[in-house]
Design a protein around this ligand. Structure first.
Ligand code: MN
Length: 738
């Protein structure tokens, strides 16, 4: 290929001028000079480099800067950082020089951009760790993430020249993380384009066919829109406000998702497009004018009451404000109408940066988005959880819609869809969450795992005796609650281990055994604890009691001769006997699979697991599920080469296993009765309630409680205790409602 150098130089200059033209309205004195300096520096640094397409490399930083200004609404600092975003990584230019030339702010953003570059370059856990780092940077300066999105958008737009494998990789990263991130930041135009480009590079056929269909139906669609808006236009003209009406089809990707989800052809997607009415009105009139427009629209067309969305009174967490309604057109077709002001439209398209722009005038306090960023920061501060957990939690939060609920004082809280009363409690305060025993939702008593609904008003009930349980992790969806519960459990385990260690030391002293490293190691082995901490924990929790420790004395002489107990591992009967011996009175149960079911299993002979060991299940061809210890000599091979046949497994002592059962209570109502009942259940007997429903009618009290018990003896004990409560006449067991 012959390259016309002169022609290329002219093109570079013309693109640079275009950038300056777009930036002009936001430039302050001296800004243009700084931008020119950054451009010259970048041009020089990349002078010998070309993109895969053969273009001069400088086209890329120029395009990224252009996106920052034009499509996100960022300012000079970001333009400079965008122009320099690949300089440190690709050339020998040093960060120190950039700081000298452009100051600390630009240098720190460029540094952030350089650091988050290889975000997806490595294996899964590496990805997650890097993503976490990326969000750390985000919490420093949100511009790093915005410029990164602009960078990704330009790379997606120019993905054609990349080899196929690279196209697939870049596209999947985009749909996995960048599109949701753009959505969360309220950059809807960018989000849609990223999604469409994803489809274009992963399913070209579907993409092309939808595009063709949109094109072919344009004329008839426009005709329909014209007819539909005709009466509305007349009324709007009389209203005397400036307005604009748009009728744009939805994004290719969202149409494709509808076709796939509902399994229908293009022709049957009814909400192909939405009609948008944008009004120009001063800030203080926004709400009333939008509702006036709503009133005009619904004068002509009947609205579907289920589809009214008022994001003006309650903006979405990403800052989106708009009034949506779906109305029935004359031909019987449902049409979505979006009503918003110019300001709201700009926020919806350009998101956060546009938000900034209007911040001065908007009499708003902390925006919802800032609250969200604070939440992300909060999550990041608890950095001791595994990075993968974090990404899962975070992604979960990205994709879900929100639910709006209220505190007793009427304060609005926004939580992810699926959040429970317990999430709400942790959202208020860690202490409220940790002590939560239930809640009153709209004055009705509900258990902690109650799933919140829009508009619920929630009062959290606490008890000073309450503390977080392992179960709770299944009851929450927010990363904040998960993190706090994990912290508390870890703390509790540490405490129990300390107690356990003390008990062991005391007991050994009584038995006149010196607590040497060797002795402690033998003790660990005797109880088959994976680590010393585990051993201490089990003693501290009473799963191993002092009498059991005594048995160690009888065993000890044998180990003086042999380092391992004399088990013939080739004879399954011997193994079984051994297990029974160690198990003693604890009938431990093995829970298997994602749902932690009790299923048939066999213990592997190679590592003879016993209750308490860290184990996993392996699906064999002829013998069902076999249980191996995770430190079994064969485990590495099994886990890495046959990962699909591995199932989760976990020992649970009877004390922890619980079965759901129901109890019916009848009696006379009095003040404090519910309190007394829940105290007996959760404090005295340490039973977990699953749900509780109570009716009182003219002094008569009737309650149904679903709860977890260990066995029938435990249940009888509970019924006995409850019967003694003042005012209770009858307590009996009933079968689960399901
Ligand atoms: Mn780049």
């Amino acid at each position: 290929m012959v390259i016309d150098i002169e022609q290329e130089k002219r093109e570079i200059i013309s693109r640079y001028r275009k950038l300056l033209r777009k930036a002009k309205p936001i430039l302050k004195d001296g800004d243009a000079r700084l931008i020119k300096k950054a451009f010259t520096l970048s041009l020089e640094a990349h002078k010998d480099m070309r993109r895969k397409s053969g273009e001069p490399y400088i086209f890329h930083p120029l395009a990224v800067a252009q996106i920052c200004v034009e499509e996100i609404g960022l300012g000079t600092t970001s333009i400079i950082a965008a122009l320099l975003h690949d300089v440190v990584e690709d050339t020998d230019m040093e960060l120190g020089n950039i700081e000298k030339m452009f100051g600390k702010k630009v240098a720190s953003i460029v540094d952030g951009l350089t650091k988050i570059r290889g975000v997806f370059e490595h294996g899964t856990s590496q990805q997650a760790e890097n993503f976490r780092k990326m969000l750390f940077t985000l919490s420093d300066d949100v511009r790093v993430i915005l410029i990164k999105l602009a960078d990704r958008l330009h790379n997606m737009r120019t993905l054609d020249s990349m080899p196929r494998n690279k196209q697939l990789k870049v596209s999947s990263e985009t749909i996995y993380l960048y599109a949701p991130l753009a959505h969360r930041l309220g950059l809807n135009a960018i989000k849609s384009e990223l999604e469409d480009l994803y489809l274009r590079f992963t399913d070209r056929q579907a993409y092309d066919s939808i595009l063709r269909n949109i094109d072919e139906t344009r004329a008839s669609r426009n005709k329909f829109i014209k007819q539909f808006t005709q009466p509305i236009i007349e009324e709007l003209d009389e209203l005397g406000v400036e307005y604009e009406i748009k009728g744009r089809p939805k994004s290719v990707n969202s149409i494709w998702n509808k076709m796939r989800k509902q399994n229908i052809p293009f022709e049957e997607v009814y909400d192909l497009f939405a009609i948008r009415i944008i009004v120009d009105t001063p800030l203080e009139m926004e709400k009333s004018v939008c509702w006036q427009v709503y009133s005009i629209v619904t004068d002509f067309y009947t609205p579907n009451p289920d589809r009214l969305r008022d994001w003006i009174s309650t903006p979405r967490a990403n800052g989106y404000e708009s009034l949506h309604t779906t109305v029935m057109a004359k031909n019987g077709q449902w049409v979505e109408v979006q009503i918003r002001t110019r300001r709201m439209d700009e926020i919806a398209e350009k998101g956060y940066a546009a938000h900034w722009k209007y911040k001065e005038s908007a009499a708003s306090h902390e925006s919802n988005l800032e609250k969200w960023l604070a939440k992300v920061r909060d999550t990041l501060e608890q950095n001791d959880h595994s990075a993968l957990d974090f990404v899962d939690d975070f992604r979960g939060n990205l994709f879900s819609e929100e639910v709006f609920v209220f505190t007793p004082k009427g304060e609005l809280k926004t939580l992810p869809h699926g959040a429970t009363a317990l999430d709400f409690a942790f959202d208020i305060h860690t202490q409220v969450g940790s002590k939560c025993i239930g809640a009153k939702v709209n004055t009705k008593l509900v258990p902690i795992n109650y799933v919140l609904k829009n508009g619920d008003q929630i009062e959290i009930l606490t008890s000073s005796k309450q503390k977080p349980h392992e179960d709770w992790l299944r009851f929450v969806v927010t990363s904040k609650a998960k993190g706090r519960i994990k912290d508390a459990l870890k703390e509790e385990k540490k405490k129990a281990a300390e107690d356990g260690k003390e008990i062991i030391m005391r007991k050994l002293k009584q038995m006149k055994i010196e607590p040497t490293q060797t002795v402690l190691e033998q003790l660990r082995e005797f109880f088959s604890a994976p680590t010393h901490i585990d051993l201490y924990y089990r003693v501290g929790k009473g799963f191993i009691n002092p009498t059991d420790i005594k048995r160690f004395q009888e065993y000890k002489p044998a180990t003086a001769l042999k380092t391992k107990p004399g088990i013939d591992v080739s004879d399954p009967k011997v193994i079984e006997q051994e297990i029974k011996k160690v198990k003693g009175r604890y009938d431990d149960i093995l829970l298997i699979g994602e749902d932690m079911d009790v299923v048939e299993y066999k213990l592997a002979k190679c590592c003879t697991p016993i209750p308490g060991d860290d184990v996993f299940g392996f699906v064999t061809v002829n013998e069902g599920i076999k249980i191996h210890r995770t430190n079994c000599p064969n485990s590495a091979e099994l886990l890495s080469n046959h990962g699909n046949r591995v199932v989760k497994a976990k020992w649970t002592s009877q004390h922890e296993v619980a079965f759901l059962t129901g109890v019916k209570i009848k009696g006379t109502d009095r003040v404090g009765l519910i309190n007394d009942i829940s105290r007996i259940i959760s404090e005295e007997l340490k039973v977990n309630m699953s749900s509780m429903s109570i009716h009182t009618d003219s002094g008569i009290f009737e309650g149904e409680i679903m709860l977890y018990v260990n066995d029938t003896r435990h249940l009888e004990q509970l019924i006995q205790k409850l019967s003694q409560v003042e005012g209770i006449v009858k307590v009996n067991r009933f079968d689960s409602k399901e």
